[in-house]
Design a protein around this ligand. Structure first.
Ligand SMILES: NC(=O)c1ccc[n+]([C@@H]2O[C@H](COP(=O)([O-])OP(=O)(O)OC[C@H]3O[C@@H](n4cnc5c(N)ncnc54)[C@H](O)[C@@H]3O)[C@@H](O)[C@H]2O)c1
Length: 338
C-alpha cells in the first residue's frame, strides 16, 4: 500500500507511520514541524522513520496548497491518514487562530488533495472533545455532539462536516476518528503524562485541575495504532437504500463514518497519578486547582462500533502503558530530570 500520513513528525502520526513501514508499506509523511512544542522531538521522530527504506517525507505546512498538492500527486497514495493538526484543548484559549489555520484551512487542503488523488480511503483525526458538554456516558458516535466548549473542539467538529460533504459529493470513502486521551512513548510534552513525569522528576508540584476529580479514557498509543491500521481496511460504503444499521454512525447519503477510538475504561486522574508514582518510584506533590474553562470533568468512549468494525480491540493495562512511557522518557532524556 502507498499511504500518505500527515502529522508524521507528531506523536500519533509517527507511531502510525512506523507501524505501516514495519508491515512493508510505503509511507510519505507530511509535517510542518510547528513550534507548538519542542521541534527537536519532532525531528527525532522523523529521523527514526527515515531509517526505513519505504519512508519519504515533505516538511511543509498544510496551508501551503502548492506544496501539499505536489507532495500528494508525487506520492500517488491509495490511502491518506490525516493526523496533522493544531492539537491541545487549553492552548486553544490562548491562540485560537492557529486552530483555524491548521485545522480548517489545512484540512480543506487535505480533502481537496484526496479528491484529486482519488484515494480509496481517507481517514482523519477528530477528538472526543467534540462531545463537549454531553452528560450521557459512555459517549457514542450516534449521540448528538453539538455543544463544543473550545475552538479546538469546534474546528474538529467542522472537519467532520467538511469530510462528510466531500464524501457525499465526490464519493471519497472517509472515516473520522474520535480519539480519547492518547498516551505512550514519544508522547506530547503538553499532555498530562509528560508534564507530570517531568515535574515529579524535577521535584516540582503537579497541577491537578478540578482538584483531581477528573476521569479520562486513557488510551495506549499501541492499541490506538492497531485500531487505525485495521480501520484502514474497512472503508465505509454509501448505503444503497439509505438504510443505516442501528448503532452505526454511517451516513445515509455518503461513504462516511465517525468512529470512537478509546479504551472504554475510564480512569480517575488521581489513580492515574498513583500509577505514575509507582512507575517512577517517587511521590508527586499535588497542587489542587480549580476546573479550567473549556475543560470537561470526564470522557468515556463507547467502543461498540469500533469493535463491530475491527473485532475486539487490544487493551494495554494502565501500569504497563505508563511503564512503557517512563522507560522511553528516561531513555530519551537521560535518567533524572528533563
Ligand atoms: N494525542 C491525543 O490524545 C489526541 C486526542 C484527540 C485527538 N487527537 C488528534 O490526533 C491528531 C494527532 O495528534 P498528536 O497527539 O499526534 O499531536 P502532535 O501535535 O504531536 O502532532 C501533530 C503534528 O502535526 C503537525 N502540524 C500541525 N499543524 C500543521 C500544519 N498546519 N501543517 C503541517 N503540519 C502541521 C505538527 O508539527 C505535529 O508534528 C491531531 O489531529 C489531534 O488533534 C489527539
Amino acid at each position: 500500500m502507498r499511504v500518505f500520513v500527515t502529522g508524521s513528525a507528531g506523536f500519533i502520526g509517527y507511531h502510525v507511520a512506523e507501524a505501516l513501514l514495519t508491515e512493508g508499506h510505503d509511507v510519505h509523511g507530511y509535517d510542518g514541524l510547528t513550534d507548538y512544542y519542542d521541534v527537536a522531538l519532532k525531528r527525532a521522530r522523523h529521523d527514526l522513520l527515515l531509517r526505513h527504506d519505504g519512508f519519504t517525507c515533505t516538511e511543509a505546512m498544510l496551508e501551503d496548497a502548492g506544496a501539499l498538492e505536489a507532495a500528494v500527486s508525487a506520492a500517488a497514495p491509495e490511502v491518506i491518514v490525516h493526523l496533522a493538526a493544531q492539537a491541545g484543548v487549553r492552548y486553544s484559549l490562548e491562540n485560537p487562530r492557529s486552530y483555524i489555520d491548521s485545522n480548517l484551512v489545512g484540512t480543506f487542503g487535505v480533502i481537496e488533495a484526496a479528491r484529486r488523488a482519488r484515494v480509496r480511503h481517507l481517514l482523519m483525526a477528530s477528538t472526543s472533545s467534540v462531545y463537549g458538554a454531553n452528560a450521557k456516558m459512555p459517549f457514542a458516535e450516534t449521540d448528538k455532539a453539538d455543544t463544543p466548549l473550545t475552538i479546538y473542539a469546534a474546528t474538529k467538529k467542522a472537519t467532520e462536516a467538511m469530510g462528510h460533504a466531500y464524501a457525499h459529493l465526490w464519493d471519497i470513502p472517509t472515516t473520522m476518528f474520535r480519539f480519547f486521551t492518547v498516551y505512550g512513548p514519544w508522547g506530547r510534552p503538553d499532555m498530562a503524562l509528560f508534564k507530570f513525569t517531568r515535574a515529579i522528576l524535577e521535584d516540582r508540584p503537579i497541577d491537578l485541575y478540578n482538584r483531581g476529580e477528573m476521569m479520562r479514557d486513557f488510551t495506549y498509543v499501541g492499541d490506538l495504532v492497531r485500531a487505525i491500521r485495521l480501520l484502514i481496511d474497512v472503508p465505509p460504503v454509501r448505503p444503497p437504500d439509505g438504510q443505516v444499521p442501528e448503532g452505526d454512525s454511517l451516513s445515509p447519503v455518503a461513504p462516511f463514518r465517525v468512529v470512537n477510538i478509546g479504551a472504554a475504561r475510564p480512569v480517575r486522574l488521581l489513580d492515574f497519578v498513583a500509577a505514575l508514582e509507582d512507575a517512577l518510584g517517587r511521590p508527586a506533590r499535588r497542587n489542587l486547582m480549580e476546573m479550567q474553562p473549556g475543560d470537561v470533568p470526564g470522557t468515556w468512549a463507547d467502543a461498540a462500533l469500533l469493535e463491530r468494525l475491527i473485532g475486539p480491540q487490544s487493551q494495554t493495562d494502565l501500569a504497563t502503558g505508563i511503564d512503557a512511557f517512563v522507560r522511553w522518557y528516561r531513555d530519551y532524556h537521560g535518567d533524572g530530570a528533563a
